[in-house]
Design a protein around this ligand. Structure first.
Ligand code: ADP
Length: 217
């Protein structure tokens, strides 16, 4: 299973990425985590990206693309599956990632879009700020990350819809419900992935299916 996630900050990319990785036994490649590890370890790369992270700005494309290229090589050794969390963040990254994946025979089966309202996202991120101490979980930086998401990241969703690999899920519900819906959708797609060529697929919108996944109980 090869999955990439497109979601605003606070939608639960990290949590759901870990669920998907455990379920399919595939590596969870989280660009934000990789970058924060570099910052914490004070590597050269960490020193170069720290001010971008602290301000909620995107790190230069080449840096994240190199990082993900390396992670893809390792994922290929493990069988070729992956769940990519935090990338692509803009259309340049989406195109470059597609080229990298294509040379490795690892283009995504699914682009998973997690949808949530800004008010809910801000509430979650401020709640997280009280527990963890991520340098970018202050209100002005949260607002900047959300604005950037709407401006440069969200437009990629249409690109994946055109490619027929988009699965949209309502991420406003509790974590377990969202996880259940994601895993059900991905499991249902498995047979399709082997038999239907990418160009013949259609985007799937599950955002109206809340009740079927227990919103009302
Ligand atoms: P969130 O989605 O909550 O902002 P992430 O952990 O995915 O959290 O990202 C944190 C920060 O890491 C981003 O604000 C950005 O500075 C940097 N970052 C992560 N992924 C990328 C990427 N693909 N391109 C550029 N910067 C990135």
């Amino acid at each position: 299973m090869k999955v990439l996630m497109v979601a605003p900050p606070g939608a639960g990319k990290g949590t759901q990425g870990a669920v998907i990785a455990a379920h399919f036994d595939i590596p969870h490649i989280a660009t934000g985590d990789l970058l924060r590890e570099h910052v914490a370890g004070r590597t050269e790369l960490g020193r170069a990206v720290r001010h971008h992270l602290d301000r909620g700005e995107l790190v230069p494309d080449e840096i994240v693309l190199d990082m993900v290229h390396e992670a893809f090589l390792a994922a290929k050794e493990r069988g070729g599956g992956y769940v990519l969390d935090g990338m692509p963040r803009n259309i340049t990254q989406a195109r470059a990632l597609y080229r990298i994946a294509q040379t490795l025979g690892m283009t995504a089966d699914v682009a998973l879009h997690l949808k949530a309202d800004d008010d809910e996202l801000i509430r979650r991120l401020l709640a997280r700020a009280a527990l963890e101490h991520r340098a970018d979980d202050t209100e002005p930086v949260i607002r900047r990350r959300l604005a950037l998401y709407h401006e440069v990241t969200h437009p990629i969703v249409a690109w994946y819809a055109e490619r027929g690999i988009l699965v949209s899920v309502d991420a406003m519900r509790p974590v377990e419900r969202v996880a259940r819906q994601i895993l059900t959708a991905l499991e249902a797609m498995r047979p399709l992935l082997d038999h239907v060529p990418q160009h013949a697929r259609r985007p799937i919108d599950l955002t109206g299916l809340g009740a079927a996944f227990g919103t009302n109980d």
